[in-house]
Every structure is written in structure tokens, then in C-alpha cells.
Design a protein around this ligand. Structure first.
Ligand code: GLA
Length: 335
């Protein structure tokens, strides 16, 4: 298949190497007692994060380490999760932080408790807004995956024969979160390159990166620009795009009037594709949440066990998932 799939495979085979390294270290771990790590996520109810924690836990079963799954929905929840892990003798944790600007505080708390920390999905930033080099990270190649979103929408617009001047975009944004900025910028650039009109892009700033936050943000956009009868919707993830699609339905826009494309490829998208009739949610760029969970946990474990520091920044790639192929893609990604 295409290069993105090949790259995903490369990351997967890296996973196999790390798994072997983990197994090699297992005998030492047994001698020293069972090793424990934490896995802290910002939104424990979101399918993406449920899958990550589950895959990390399964990796622990075969790699002889225990994963303690915790919710870190805000700064104080993260700090008490770290204290809790420290009290249990955990040697480190993987985290997707609720706010990337908490990075320096989280890092200080972790090192103060003699724990190693790696981030997944959303990368810590220091006071100057730059990524923290001390904390290895694994996440999506946000800009490229965003471009896939934009290209998918542009292709579908062409297929439907939509003219740029009659189409508006509901761009759901979170300017505080680099993960969101990169993905949305990639999508916008690809759309503009394909001839989308800049003046027809309307921002819907979301307070939280979930369906509810996006729904609240999108409704006023459709209300304000009611002259447009054809819409595209994009955001940092599929939950947010679904929030936008639900808002569009309230303005009587249906599957033929809306092209929404998300990112993640998890339960939220499967539920939508399983509905008997299509909706404005056209597709999503699927990335393996299982791979993110497993790989970040194994990276951390081999750092603790063997002193092997994980790569500073691992980037995963995505595959387009639609109503037509979602079951196959789900199978391929193991998520
Ligand atoms: C962010 C988003 C999640 C998911 C992950 C994947 O954290 O909020 O929905 O897309 O990135 O990296």
C-alpha cells in the first residue's frame, strides 16, 4: 500500500523489537520484584485513551510489568496520581497531560519522586512554549495527518461536484494545544492548496477536545452563516468532528450537505459508521491507539530496566477509514 501504511508498519516492527527487549529484561525484573508503571490520561472516558490504557496493560502481561491506569483530568488530579504512583513504588509513568503547559511541573514532581516520565499524544511544553527535550514523546505526525484530512475532504468535494464559492468550513480549533494546532493547520493548508476559499473558513474555538465541547463551539458558526447550504467540518479528532456534525443536523444539514472528516479511528467513529444511514461524518484518519499505548509503555519500561532512553520524538501515521472500509482498517490497526 502507500507510504503512510509502510511507515506505520515500521513503527509496528519497532514495537516488536522493544517487546523482545522487554522480555529480555523480564528475568531481572522478577529478581527485583514486579515492576510497576503508571499510565495517566487526560480523558479516561474517550475511546482513544481507553484503548491506549488497555494495550499498555496487555503489554505488561506479556512483558512482566504492571500498569496502573489513572485519570489526570486536571493539574491537581495529575499531581495526586503521581503521588499515588510514588506511594505504590512505581518506577515511572506514561502521560497524556490535560494541559501541555503543566509539563515542567509534572516533570519536577516525577523526578522528585525518582520516577521516569514519557509523554504520549500531547507533548509537554516548557515556559518558552517549546517541547521539553528531557521527556521522550510518542504521538501522531500531526501536520501530515491533518493534510490527509484536508485532502480527503477536497477529494470528496470534487466527487460531489461542489464549487468552492458555495461551500463553508466549520473549523473546530483549540489554539492552546499544539497537537490541535498542527493537525488543523495541516488540514487547512491541504484544503487551500486544493482551491478552498480562505474567506469561507469559520472558526469554532472549543474549550474541551471532546464531542460536547465541539458541539457547543460549532452551533453559533452554523447559526451565523446560514446562507451556506454546503459545509465541511474538521478538527483535531473525530469526537470533535462528531460534535460539529451533530450541530449541523440541528440546522437541518444532512449527509448530502456535509463532509466531516476526523482523526483517531476508534469507537466514536465505529458507532457512527454502524448507523443504518450515512451522516455528515464522512470519514476519519485512523491511527493505532493500541500501538500508541503499547509502544509508549514498552519504551518507558526498557528505559527503566535497561537504561535505554526512548527516541525523543516518535511519530505515527494514519490511514483513511470510511463507512466502506472501517472494519478492515480496524482489523489492520488492531484497535
Ligand atoms: C489528542 C486528542 C485525542 C487523540 C490523541 C491522539 O490527545 O485529544 O483525541 O487524537 O491526541 O494522539
Amino acid at each position: 500500500m502507500n507510504t503512510s501504511r509502510r511507515r506505520l508498519m515500521q513503527v509496528s516492527s519497532l514495537g516488536a523489537v522493544a517487546a523482545l527487549a522487554g522480555l529480555k529484561g523480564a528475568s531481572q525484573a522478577f529478581a527485583a520484584g514486579e515492576m510497576k508503571i503508571g499510565f495517566i490520561v487526560k480523558m479516561p472516558e474517550q475511546a482513544w485513551f481507553i484503548n491506549e490504557q488497555k494495550a499498555a496493560t496487555e503489554a505488561g502481561r506479556s512483558g512482566d510489568f504492571i500498569v496502573v491506569n489513572l485519570a489526570g483530568t486536571d493539574g491537581s488530579a495529575v499531581m495526586s496520581a503521581i503521588d499515588n504512583l510514588s506511594a505504590q513504588g512505581a518506577k515511572g509513568f506514561v502521560i497524556c497531560p490535560p494541559d501541555v503547559r503543566l509539563g515542567p511541573a509534572i516533570y519536577a514532581r516525577a523526578t522528585g519522586a525518582n520516577m521516569k516520565v514519557v509523554s504520549v499524544d500531547d507533548q509537554f511544553v516548557s515556559a518558552d512554549g517549546k517541547p521539553m527535550p528531557q521527556v521522550p514523546h510518542l504521538g501522531m505526525s500531526g501536520y501530515k495527518i491533518g493534510q490527509q484530512v484536508g485532502q480527503t475532504i477536497a477529494d470528496e468535494m470534487k466527487k460531489r461536484g461542489w464549487k468552492p464559492e458555495e461551500v463553508a468550513a466549520c473549523r473546530i480549533t483549540d489554539q492552546e494545544l499544539p497537537t490541535a494546532r498542527e493537525r488543523v493547520a495541516g488540514a487547512t493548508d491541504a484544503l487551500l492548496a486544493a482551491g478552498f476559499l480562505k474567506a469561507n473558513i469559520f472558526d469554532a474555538p472549543q474549550r474541551t477536545t471532546d464531542t460536547e465541547g465541539a458541539n457547543t463551539a460549532s452551533s453559533p458558526v452554523f447559526a451565523r452563516h446560514g446562507t451556506f447550504k454546503k459545509w465541511i467540518i474538521y478538527a483535531l479528532n473525530e469526537e470533535s468532528v462528531l460534535g460539529g456534525v451533530r450541530a449541523s443536523e440541528q440546522f437541518h444539514l444532512g449527509a448530502d450537505d456535509v463532509i466531516g472528516v476526523g482523526i483517531n479511528g476508534t469507537g466514536a467513529a465505529f458507532a457512527e459508521f454502524s448507523k443504518p444511514a450515512p451522516t455528515g461524518f464522512f470519514g476519519t484518519i485512523a491511527v493505532s491507539s493500541a500501538l500508541h499505548g503499547r509502544q509508549s509503555a514498552m519504551n518507558l519500561v526498557s528505559w527503566i530496566r535497561d537504561g535505554k532512553e526512548p527516541p525523543a520524538d516518535t511519530q505515527t501515521t494514519g490511514t483513511l477509514m470510511t463507512r466502506d472500509n472501517w472494519k478492515q482498517v480496524k482489523e489492520q490497526l488492531g484497535s
